[in-house]
Design a protein around this ligand. Structure first.
Ligand code: ADP
Ligand code: MG
Length: 254
């Protein structure tokens, strides 16, 4: 089952004179979490936006499954099996959890022409929304107004909305941002449970979570990859230590 789901080669993104992402390559495998870490401004969110098609590439290429999706619109890349969450929340707060997930599921469903195929599609969308809610651990919040659930549950809801689009590949930009210890722990087990069926790119600042989850790590500084390897290799890398200026990169968790 360990197959490459996404392969990005030599991605570069320039904003005027600034190379926010500079010649970065990354492969995502089913059953593996690939974490991208680095200080603020390193280019992590930009990299995510390049993979999802939200930002056009300056150069490089992205293969998703058996398709070269370089230059595709985000909706088309999503329909091809890539789901993403955003660093800033994307939830309709006045709607229920169910309504949010149902809308996300619907947004990716192709238009159905006949009443019969519409009825079948309606069931398929509902089933996908139901299973996304169950997978993300929000069954008991299904009918709650999104604006009233906890911050941690809202981040779970974003994962549910991403799963509702039926992705093979997940791009998650700081899913633990702003979480307390209990919420973070719950999110870590959720991500662990999603690994089996998905290829996951995880951008995250919480180093305990990163070292608990990641099978592979890429370290970015100023748009460039300064190190790439297993968590054990990264921990020993002198240039990573230097880039983080002695910051704790999770040495006690192994
Ligand atoms: P990270 O997510 O690692 O904190 P970003 O990818 O958000 O970093 O940003 C990388 C660099 O690109 C930063 O210097 C940022 O200011 C710049 N940048 C990001 N988005 C844009 C944009 N739309 N226009 C111009 N500069 C941008
Ligand atoms: Mg960012």
């Amino acid at each position: 089952m360990n197959d490459v789901l996404l392969s990005a080669k030599n991605l570069t993104k320039r904003f005027g004179g600034l190379a926010a992402v500079n010649d970065v390559s990354v492969d995502l495998w089913r059953g593996r979490i690939h974490a991208v870490i680095g200080p603020n401004g390193a280019g992590k969110s930009t990299l995510t936006n390049l993979l999802s098609g939200d930002l056009p590439l300056t150069s490089g290429s992205v293969q998703l499954g058996d398709k070269d999706v370089t230059g595709w619109r985000p909706e088309k890349i999503s329909a091809q099996g890539l789901g993403r969450s955003y660093q800033k929340t994307n939830i309709f707060l006045p709607f229920t959890v169910w309504e949010n997930v149902r809308l996300a599921a619907q947004s990716r469903a192709p238009h159905a022409a006949s009443w019969l195929s519409r009825a079948i599609k309606y069931r398929a969308i509902n089933d996908r929304a139901e299973s996304a809610i169950a997978l993300s651990g929000l069954k008991n919040r299904k009918n709650s107004i999104a604006g009233t659930i906890s911050h941690g549950e809202q981040r779970q809801l974003e994962i549910a909305m991403t799963l509702a689009t039926g992705p093979q590949v997940l791009l998650l930009d700081e899913p633990l941002a702003g979480m307390g210890a209990v919420e973070a722990e719950r999110m870590v087990s959720l991500l662990q449970s999603l690994k089996k069926d998905h290829g996951i790119l995880l951008v995250e600042h919480d180093m305990d979570a990163v070292f608990a989850l990641a099978d592979q790590l890429t370290v970015m500084v100023n748009g460039q990859v300064i190190a790439s390897g297993t968590p054990a290799e990264i921990r020993l890398d002198a240039s990573v230590q230097a880039a983080y200026l002695g910051e704790d990169i999770g040495e006690e968790s192994v």
